[in-house]
Design a protein around this ligand. Structure first.
Ligand code: KG4
Ligand code: ZN
Length: 348
């Protein structure tokens, strides 16, 4: 048996109750219970509903993960849990569970940053992270460009969204088009049969005048408004809307800006590897466009498989294992859940 640490990771920052188990960079189990269906009719995640669902799902999900991994809880070397950022009540359920396990088993507890975990998860699939790498994290709550030297030591934020997150834009535009929540996968699917140059939607913060202050920042709220206006105008004129064309043109605008800025940041900072993570990294057009544009500049792109891009417990376990392996100090047992934990704090 290898001496790589066996780590159990818990994720509850949003609507996914995730429990992952890894040995070093080997994934043994990735159990998920999602409350997404309970939020669908509200068009967004309802924090109280999410917290309650985490409470109900926690123990069965831990049991399922142990069973899949073929381990007993007492075998684990450490517990890792997302301590932030995320929904306060939802995080609290995970943090309390992590504390209970750590205390009961007499094992160290690592309260980790959700975004750093989205970066670390790629090690489970593609091996050790290149140092440095440029991470682009695009999810329902975040859109950031980060320079990562050592994911356990901290990351340097280069840019972020100044309004909506990329995933939020997907969700809002999907709603406008009458597609279900969460909208990303539905837009992705509709776009596959649409024309991406049918409508010329705006590319936020790419004008020359924005380059000085917002070169590596994103803005998606203008794009969302542009889509709303376009749909409204068509409807008023009695013209039927081709949902596939709108989805494809919108998706093209988002992916164009994301890949352009990520490459610009990598080239400017002399970084040769880009890592894409977060739920929107599951987008098929984003993956294809990033690879194509990066190749043209001699830059490599790593994207975990879609199931590891969206929130899961394996990513937390992956970061936890890396922390143990690098000998980082664990968290105190009075660790708080911090809904706005800064990206610079990898372990709380
Ligand atoms: O990382 P994640 O699971 O949760 C957050 O931390 O937010 O990301 C969820 C987001 C949602 O906004 C969802 O619409 C988006 O990721 N998403 C996608 C796709 N799959 C999920 N967006 C575009 N294309 C997809 N295929
Ligand atoms: Zn996430």
């Amino acid at each position: 048996m290898s001496d790589a640490p066996l780590v159990l990771g818990i994720e509850t920052s949003c609507d996914e109750t995730g429990v992952g188990i890894v040995r070093g960079t080997t994934l043994l189990a990735d159990a998920i219970a999602s409350s997404v269906d309970e939020h669908a009719r509200f068009g967004g995640v309802v924090p109280e509903v999410a917290s309650r669902a985490h409470l109900e799902a926690m123990v069965p999900t831990i049991e399922r993960a142990c069973e899949t991994a073929g381990i007993a809880l007492r075998d684990v070397d450490a517990i890792a849990v997302t301590s932030g950022p995320g929904l306060a009540g939802a995080l609290l359920v995970g943090v309390a569970s992590g504390k209970a396990l750590a205390l009961g088993l007499g094992k160290p507890l690592y309260g980790v940053n959700h975004l750093a975990a989205h970066v670390a998860v790629d090690q489970l699939e593609h091996g050790p992270l290149p140092e440095p790498c440029l991470a682009m994290l695009v999810s329902g709550g975040h859109s950031s460009l980060l320079r990562v030297e050592d994911v356990t030591a901290g990351v340097e934020p280069l840019g972020a969204t100044i309004d909506d997150a990329a995933g939020e834009a997907f969700d809002k535009v999907a709603r406008l088009l009458g597609l279900p929540f969460p909208g990303g996968p539905h837009i992705d699917r509709a776009a596959a049969s649409g024309n991406s140059v049918a409508i010329d939607f705006p590319r936020g913060l790419t004008a020359r005048r924005d380059m000085e202050r917002h070169r590596f920042d994103f803005s998606f709220s203008g794009l969302k408004t542009a889509v709303a206006r376009w749909v409204e105008t068509q409807q008023r004129a009695g013209i039927a809307i081709d949902v596939n064309d709108v989805a494809a043109s919108f998706q093209e605008a988002v992916c164009d800006v994301l890949t352009r800025k990520a490459l610009d940041a990598a080239v400017t900072h002399g970084i040769e590897d880009i890592l894409i993570g977060g739920g929107v990294a599951a987008n098929s057009r984003l993956r294809a466009m990033a690879v194509e544009r990066a190749e043209a500049k001699g830059i490599r792109v790593r994207v975990p498989r879609p199931g590891l891009c969206t929130d899961n417990g394996a990513m937390v376990a992956a970061l936890g294992a890396e922390l143990v392996q690098r000998g980082r100090a664990p968290s105190a047992l009075d660790l708080p859940a911090d809904s706005s934990q800064p990206i610079t704090t990898v372990v709380a």
